[in-house]
Design a protein around this ligand. Structure first.
Ligand code: NCD
Length: 323
């Protein structure tokens, strides 16, 4: 684990070896999750704070469950009821949180780059990006890769299975931190990624995007897709102004039952959640066995346990000792 970074800010922080390490450690934590008492003492005495400046259901609960299953203490910061409302700056908030004695800060923010800025301010605590603006959401990409590997198998560490794997990412790529993280993860593993969406919601240029192709015809790629990954329209980031109407969007890019039937049998359908039934995915498609959405959520806990272990385990980032 010597190669594991100090903070997890972006998928670009992780090379193939580090991704493989997260997946292997997550395998053993997934086993812990299946026990009657799914708790281990690994992070006893450590304190982890979640600072979510944006809405979240699964990511916050997943990180907090992961930390608690490892016996860490968890503090949950709610900006709406904090001194942010009294005018405290982000920097002062972060310094306060660090002075209280955190070993890790898990941060979500509407502005891209905030976790990286926070990482420059702290000196003895690990920073984990739980989603920043349209930029990155690395643990989401890691749990997606974990889920694909679980479905497709492939022996050894399962990473060879990703080489040349045809992954199609559909929807609001423009505003999606999930897509940016997924593309980085799949590309690192050698997969062949195709982006599909309306022209207004695809990157204007593919420069810097390690993808094989981008296009507007979902129907044309369904038969050859081996992993289908859907994205929600990011209404809170203004996506509504980029599509003529939700109905038009669904007609061209929604995974309807008719489209799902054209996928090769067993092709995993992924979605980071929250899903909006009837828009990017039909209600009945979300409930098909091929839709791995609840597996993704379940796997997210094991993957986040692995990330916390690799950042904090074995004496790394011992804020209490040094602070
Ligand atoms: C995503 C997010 O917040 O970036 N959700 C999640 O973390 N599972 C995707 C989304 O909100 O559409």
């Amino acid at each position: 684990m010597s190669g594991f970074p100090t903070h997890l800010l972006s998928m670009d922080d992780l090379d193939v070896a580090a991704i493989g390490e997260v997946l292997r450690v997550a395998d053993s934590f997934a086993e812990v999750g299946r026990r009657a008492n799914p708790k281990v003492p690994t992070l006893r005495g450590r304190t982890v704070a979640t600072l979510f400046f944006e809405d979240s259901t699964r990511t916050r609960m997943s990180f907090e469950t992961a930390a608690k299953r490892m016996s860490a203490d968890v503090l949950s910061f709610a900006p709406g009821s904090s001194s942010v409302n009294k005018g405290e700056s982000l920097r002062d908030t972060v310094e306060t949180v660090q002075a209280i004695g955190m070993d890790a800060v898990i941060i979500r923010h509407a502005s891209s780059g905030v976790p990286a800025q926070v990482a420059r301010w702290v000196d003895h605590c690990a920073v984990i990006n739980a989603g920043d603006g349209c930029h990155q959401h690395p643990t989401q990409a890691l749990l997606d890769v974990f889920t694909v590997r679980q479905v497709l198998g492939g022996g050894d560490d399962g990473l060879a299975r990703f080489r040349g794997l045809r992954v199609t990412i559909v929807g609001d790529v423009r505003h999606s931190r999930v897509a940016r993280s997924q593309v980085a993860a799949y590309a690192a593993l050698g997969a062949e990624v195709t982006l599909v969406g309306p022209a207004t919601l695809l990157p204007p240029s593919l420069e810097g995007w390690p993808v094989a192709a981008a296009g507007h015809d979902l129907d044309a790629v369904l038969a050859t897709t081996e992993v289908l990954s859907l994205l929600r329209l990011q209404g809170e980031r203004g996506s509504g102004t980029f599509v003529p109407s939700l109905r038009e969007y669904t007609a061209s890019f929604g995974l309807t039952a008719r489209r799902a039937a054209r996928l090769a049998p067993g092709t995993p359908i992924l979605h980071p959640g929250p899903i909006v039934r009837g828009v990017e995915i039909a209600a009945e498609v979300a409930d098909l066995p091929a839709a791995r959405i609840t597996d993704q959520v379940r796997n997210g806990v094991a993957v986040r346990m692995a990330v916390l272990f690799l950042l904090l385990g074995q004496g790394r980032h011992d804020g209490a000792a040094r602070g």
